[in-house]
Write a protein that binds this ligand. Structure first.
Ligand SMILES: NC(=O)c1ccc[n+]([C@@H]2O[C@H](COP(=O)([O-])OP(=O)(O)OC[C@H]3O[C@@H](n4cnc5c(N)ncnc54)[C@H](O)[C@@H]3O)[C@@H](O)[C@H]2O)c1
Length: 339
């Protein structure tokens, strides 16, 4: 198997790259990453493996994408490259349209162009629970059948790319699946997202800005569990255990309120609760996400393994004990004030 990962220097991508190299039969893993603000080459410096290759380039560049797929004889594309932060999409939609929609279009066209009956290229599209919209307090969790109802520009760009993938499956016989996951946490997440931002602010004794009443609920999953879900679905498609067109939700039965997570970080970093500062809510802030993942459990034999309390404690410790990584993430402290 010869894999092209897009966005491998990002938070989830680096875990996917590392874990993919442990799979028997993987001959090559090429990581195509444009090194945008959240992409950090330091995330993969520990990899010492001749089968791994990093290419600094954009998924929007069709010459680069075509060249890699042809020259490296790629058989699987794991597509994670994206603009991934909702707040940024509210301030400026264009990069989200360019990367998440048009970048996906470039990859899809290249995969279709370079696939033959003898050499089929499989496409794994990494999506999010946000495409389903927001749940009320008593609503059932999202299933793969839940209609798409994105509520912010990031979610809309992801939903659009999901639909483009489905259209390519239908019209071009593309071999592809879509995975949709809930909120990830773990080491090496760019510190603009809730858990690393709050941890680093607490360590610097800075205010902890919480949107609105802090009662927004997310289903938190460890990034390693998500990475393993992605790789299980990839293998199932590759060996023909599942058909093109399948969608898999990954979740963790772990609904947590933002404010409770912030309080846990306060407690674990030993700072005063008075640092918590409620700020004007994000416009259009989704209230609740929750995922059913029975399909992945039944068909892929996947389930989340990492306990939330253990995973959260280890994650907070990781940010506390890796100042060099924080330095390397080039966080502009003035750039990010909210989560
Ligand atoms: N973080 C989550 O909780 C979560 C949950 C569900 C799904 N997802 C999805 O998983 C994927 C990865 O998310 P993440 O949290 O790792 O994001 P991230 O922002 O940490 O990483 C994105 C990576 O993509 C790269 N990139 C951006 N534009 C590019 C381009 N044009 N060409 C090549 N590379 C480019 C960046 O440099 C970065 O390395 C995204 O598709 C996201 O929508 C994320």
């Amino acid at each position: 198997m010869r894999i092209l990962v897009t966005g491998g220097c990002g938070f989830i991508g680096n875990h996917v790259v590392r874990n993919s190299l442990t799979i028997p039969g993987v001959e090559l893993v090429v990581n195509l990453d444009a090194l945008r603000y959240s992409g950090n080459p330091e995330n993969l410096t520990d990899i010492d493996d001749d089968r791994y290759r990093f290419v600094h380039g954009s998924i929007n560049d069709s010459d680069v994408v075509d060249g890699l797929i042809q020259d490296e004889n790629i058989s699987v594309v794991l597509h994670l490259a994206a603009e991934s932060h909702v707040d940024r999409s509210i301030n400026s939609v264009k990069p989200f349209i360019e990367t998440n929609i048009d970048g996906t279009r470039v990859l899809l066209e290249s995969v279709v162009k370079n696939s033959t009956d003898e050499h089929q290229i499989h496409f794994i599209h990494i999506s999010t629970d946000e495409v389903y919209g927001s749940l009320g307090p008593d609503d059932d969790a999202f299933t793969e059948e839940t209609p798409l109802n994105p509520q912010n520009p990031y979610a809309a760009s992801k939903a659009a790319s999901d639909m483009l993938v489905q259209a390519f499956i239908n019209t071009h016989n593309l071999s592809a699946i879509i995975t949709r996951c809930s909120n990830n946490y773990g080491p090496r997440q760019y510190p603009e997202k809730l858990i690393p931002l709050m941890t680093l602010n607490a360590l610097d004794n800075k205010q902890l800005p919480v949107y609105g009443d802090g009662l927004q609920i997310r289903d938190w999953i460890h990034v390693e569990d998500h990475a393993n879900g992605i790789l299980s679905s990839m293998l199932a498609l590759y060996v023909g255990q599942i058909n093109s067109g399948e969608i898999f939700n990954f979740g963790a039965d772990n609904e947590q309120r933002n404010i409770d997570i912030v309080r846990e970080i306060v407690s674990q970093t030993n700072v005063s609760e008075s640092l918590i500062h409620f700020v004007t809510d994000r416009p259009g802030h989704d209230k609740r996400y929750a995922m059913k993942y029975e399909k992945a459990e039944k068909i892929l034999g996947w389930k989340p393994e990492i306990d939330w309390q253990v995973g959260l404690t280890e994650t907070i410790e990781w940010y506390m004990t890796n100042p060099d990584w924080i330095q390397s993430s080039n966080l502009d402290a003035n750039e990010v004030t909210l989560v």
